[in-house]
Design a protein around this ligand. Structure first.
Ligand SMILES: *Cc1c(COP(=O)(O)O)cnc(C)c1O
Length: 465
């Protein structure tokens, strides 16, 4: 057997990766020709690759390493749990201490009466649970016709058949026969990109009222739920106008539609409070969580429901569950993660000190000639690249061309920033310091200079007609 270790030459690791590993969301041949970047270790907000280069991880992995890398307490919690009880299921009338403790901890952290959690191993699984859960809820209430779920274009809710159907990513729907039936999509509250000359607050209401139109079109008796991310993450960190969520809330309440807040990114401190629903003043009956719940140290997610939903669901046998629902090691690690986020004041400090600092520094990037808007909410930030600031113009080149060049220039400047089309986004570990934010913004500015030079050189600074 071959031992594959970090000490192997980069080229050899890349060759083996290309030979046997299929990457998510990648064009395999193009990636394999180039060779994947090999990450070997990480500490705090810093990643190290197999050639010894260090990067400031502006993305906290995939929006998940809220606590930062290298917390030994989490490794120890995992080791302890593995020695005591590495696995047992929660089917067949059994339970165990880590799952009980975590469920109670989450119930204490969540707002309102969101006191009950159904565990999964990812956000995708949790949203698949939600599809079955809301339909089972309405059946148990004697309203089996309430089956449709309304979501939004450019939403991201996961990559399984159910969750990707809830999502509104056109490229995903184009492969594999999605969306599944009875899922409907309305337009997103993206004022910068789609608002034209409308006042942003007016635009927020207009987009929210599409939900009401869709409910009336389908008949409220046929609609089970609306799902939305408080702030769209993978769609480009799109912060809705303040008018949007109150209007969505009113419509859900008036038409007796369950409101699901997908908190997979927004949860566990990302928006400066424990949950995005608190920051955006949303009162959901159901929340989806994953990512920051364990800071990515273990795969775990879940559907959190309020007292009434739990009570109705508990009146029937819900024929649903995963082998790893409430996995003891994942629960033990998540519990330790939440303890540290809370006791070290990481969420509180991110909200009170770091997020305002990020907002101030991020805003300076709007002065760059290539940047059309620069916005933040808590520890989420995004900006739009544009060939023409004043008109908020899009590039004439294929969407994502400028974004991809910019992403690569960020890497070349030792910064991990993600591009979503021609928006650049960051979601750093919550423990990032002010000095590290300065570094992030300095490197971003340099990367934007280099991107602009490249775009000009290639004649790509042209606005779409
Ligand atoms: C990442 C994400 C998911 C999917 O989570 P996985 O753990 O990748 O399955 C769902 N919803 C939102 C909002 C996400 O950002």
């Amino acid at each position: 057997m071959n031992l594959i270790t970090n000490h192997m030459p980069t080229a050899e690791l890349q060759r083996l990766d290309a030979a046997h590993h299929l990457h998510p969301f990648s064009h395999g041949h193009a990636l394999n020709a180039k060779g994947a970047r090999v990450i070997t270790r990480a500490k705090g907000v810093t990643l190290t690759d197999s050639d010894g280069n260090e990067y400031l991880d502006g993305m906290a992995g995939l929006w998940c390493v809220n606590i930062g890398y290298g917390r030994e307490e989490l490794a120890e919690a995992a080791a302890r749990q593995m020695k005591e009880l590495p696995y047992y299921n929660t089917f067949f009338q059994t339970t165990h201490a880590p799952v009980i403790a975590l469920a109670e901890r989450i119930a204490n952290l969540t707002p309102y009466d969101l006191n009950h959690i159904f565990f999964a191993s990812s956000g995708s699984e949790a949203n698949d649970t939600n599809i079955r859960l809301v339909r089972t809820y309405w059946e148990a209430k004697g309203k089996p016709s309430k089956r449709a779920i309304i979501s939004r274009k450019n939403a991201y809710h996961g990559s399984s058949m159910g969750s990707a159907s809830l999502g509104g990513m056109a490229a995903m729907h184009a492969q594999g026969g999605m969306p599944i039936p009875d899922i409907h999509h309305i337009d997103q509250p993206y004022w910068y990109g789609e608002g034209g000359d409308t006042d942003p607050e007016e635009f927020g209401k207009v987009r929210a009222r599409q939900l009401e139109q869709k409910i009336l079109e389908l008949g409220a008796d046929n609609v089970a739920a609306f799902i939305g991310e408080p702030i769209q993450g993978a769609g480009g960190v799109i912060i809705p106008p303040a008018s949007y969520w109150p209007e969505i809330q009113r419509i859900c309440d008036e038409h007796d539609i369950l409101l699901i807040a997908d908190e997979v990114i927004c949860g566990f401190g990302r928006t400066g409070q424990w949950f995005g629903s608190q920051t955006l003043d949303i009162r959901p009956q159901i929340m989806t969580v994953a990512k920051g719940l364990s800071s990515g140290y273990q795969p775990i997610g879940g559907s959190i429901v309020n007292d009434e939903v739990a009570d109705v669901l508990n009146s029937v046998e819900f024929s649903h569950g995963y082998t790893y629902s409430g996995h003891p090691v994942a629960c033990a690690v998540a519990l330790e993660n939440l303890r540290i986020l809370d006791e070290e004041g990481i969420v509180t400090r991110a909200g009170a000190e770091t997020a305002p600092y990020l907002a101030e520094k991020w805003a300076t990037l709007a002065d760059h000639p290539l940047v059309g808007e620069a916005v933040t909410c808590g520890m989420l930030a995004s900006l739009a690249l544009t060939p023409h600031k004043a008109s908020r113009a899009k590039f004439a080149a294929e969407k994502g061309t400028a974004g991809l060049i910019c992403r690569d220039r960020c890497f070349a400047n030792n910064l991990v920033m993600r591009h979503v089309g021609d928006r650049m986004v960051v979601s750093p570990p919550l423990i990032i310091t002010k000095a590290e934010i300065d570094t992030l913004v300095e490197r971003a500015w340099t990367a934007f200079d280099e991107t602009q030079a490249r775009l000009e050189h290639e004649g790509l600074m042209k606005a779409a007609g």
